[in-house]
Write a protein that binds this ligand. Structure first.
Ligand code: ZN
Length: 342
């Protein structure tokens, strides 16, 4: 089943900050499509879980697809709905990603702030309308509420002389300029929900590992996501950091790896070693703070209270957006850019 060569879609985006697509060794000028792909896939997983679907964690050998190698790739339950598009062992990714500049040339170096670029998805096999729609919503989520590289993003600083230190620079904020030419998603929210929840997809468990709890990633769902625009968290001085205050670490720089008090909430928000923090903040590109909660461990109310403690004049009712509301907003954004079409 070969897709036609003309089956490609291009999203036009603009970098509001430099985009970091490199690895921990700071080789940000390389690996552009690979780095972007990892991040797009991660937000696609967040969206799929937000719609009630299940997504495996490809970084976890106990959880990734396929779980049962006796199944054929086309058998129901071989892989999850995310792997259907992004691929897994035995089942190739359905598209090739090209990153182009405004002249249509492949971008070789790092994408710098204030440049427009195009993500071209070339279908290698048939990509369903539902999958294109989910990709479009992922781009909007990334651009309007998250960031590319949201998993590894670092924290900003207001400390004298530290603002421009590498590990305090903001990366990965983008603006959504336009959907693919002549295309708009022809599927409703309920149709996409039905697609991601279909029984043909593997439903990976929420936790994995020998004790069933060594690696829990089910929190990475749009249902648990929150975002505040126009405000950021940072270290102010060597002894003061609103960022650490919110995630529950000690504010003094020399003790910043220690928890303020050893509670389940702080343990989860701050993340242990090798784990992601659950709060991300950007000073550049219009300012933005976002993160996740984990029902049963950390609720939205706890986050709102912590933010109220560090931001003067903060009004959660108007400034704090969460879960389902963001999902509805994404669908509304889609409609408004189509000129009100359903
Ligand atoms: Zn999977």
């Amino acid at each position: 089943m070969n897709a036609s060569l003309s089956d490609l879609k291009e999203w036009k985006l603009k970098a509001l900050t430099d985009i970091w697509t490199g690895d921990a060794e700071r080789r940000g000028d390389r690996l552009i499509p690979t780095g972007l792909l990892g991040s797009i896939r991660w937000w696609f997983e967040v969206l799929v879980r937000g719609l009630g679907g299940k997504a495996c964690d490809p970084s976890d050998s106990h959880n990734r697809c396929p779980q049962d190698s006796r199944k054929k790739p086309t058998d129901p339950g071989h892989h999850c709905v995310v792997c259907e598009l992004f691929g897994c062992t035995g089942w190739a990714r359905k598209f090739r990603l090209m990153v182009l500049d405004s002249q249509g040339q492949v971008i070789q170096g790092q994408i710098k702030a204030n440049t427009e670029f195009t993500l071209r998805f070339v279908a290698l096999r048939t990509i369903r309308e539902e999958e294109w729609c989910l990709l479009d919503l992922t781009m909007r989520l990334l651009a309007d509420y998250g960031a590319i590289g949201g998993k590894t993003v670092l924290k900003p600083s207001n400390e004298q002389g530290r603002q421009n230190a590498f590990h305090h620079r903001d990366f990965g904020l983008i603006q959504y300029l336009s959907a693919p030419d002549g295309w708009s998603c022809a599927r409703s929210q309920s149709e996409l929900t039905a697609y991601v929840c279909d029984t043909q997809w593997r439903k990976p468990p929420d936790t994995s590992g020998p004790q069933g709890q060594t690696h829990d990633f089910s929190w990475a769902s749009l249902q648990n996501f929150w975002c505040v625009k126009g405000r950021y968290l940072a270290r102010q001085y060597a002894v003061e950091s609103t960022f650490n205050q919110v995630i529950g670490r000690k504010e003094r720089k020399k003790q910043a790896q220690q928890l303020e008090s050893d509670t389940p909430v702080n343990r989860w928000l701050a993340g242990r070693q090798q784990e992601s923090k659950k709060v991300f903040s950007f000073k550049a590109g219009g300012r933005r703070t976002f993160g996740f909660v984990k029902p049963g461990t950390v609720e939205f109310d706890e986050i709102k209270q912590r933010l109220r403690n560090v931001w003067s004049g903060f009004n959660p009712d108007s400034e704090f957006k969460e879960g389902d509301n963001i999902l509805s907003e994404l669908f509304r954004l889609r409609q408004s850019s189509e000129g009100g079409a359903p």
